[in-house]
Write a protein of this length. Structure first.
Ligand code: 5GP
Length: 114
């Protein structure tokens, strides 16, 4: 069982800000911006490149959840804004093998990323 599956199962505590039947959103334990959330599927897909055609609706749902949470936090307006990041594998910076979308906001983020 991965760390994030344990969070879904409430075996490890997390600061959960949104939940539905397919997705969970919680605060990152080491925030890289004033707002740093992780949007994860409850289905244990290891990483985005290993999602299958059967996951198409779920992947879309996760993006819609990110947008909804951004709206709820008051950061969806384009004068504020946010960034979504998915890390895949070693060069991508992936540390936890359970698909997650980082939602970062609250400061001006640099581009290109480091
Ligand atoms: P990755 O590097 O895999 O894209 O991102 C994994 C993220 O999970 C990191 O930003 C890290 O801070 C976060 N993380 C690792 N362990 C925990 C934990 O136990 N609880 C929470 N809430 N976040 C965690």
């Amino acid at each position: 069982m991965t760390l994030f599956e344990k969070i879904i199962a409430r075996e490890i505590p997390a600061d959960i800000v949104y939940e539905d039947d397919q997705a969970l959103v919680f605060k990152d334990i080491a925030p890289q911006a004033p707002t740093h959330l992780l949007v994860i599927p409850k289905k244990p897909i290891p990483r985005v490149g290993e999602a299958g055609a059967e996951d198409q609706a779920l992947l879309g749902h996760l993006l819609l959840v990110a947008g909804k949470v951004a709206e709820d936090l008051g950061i969806r307006s384009t004068d504020k804004g946010f960034r979504l990041v998915i890390n895949h594998g070693a060069n991508g910076g992936e540390a936890v093998p359970h698909l997650h979308i980082h939602l970062l906001a609250g400061r001006k983020l640099e581009w290109p990323p480091g």
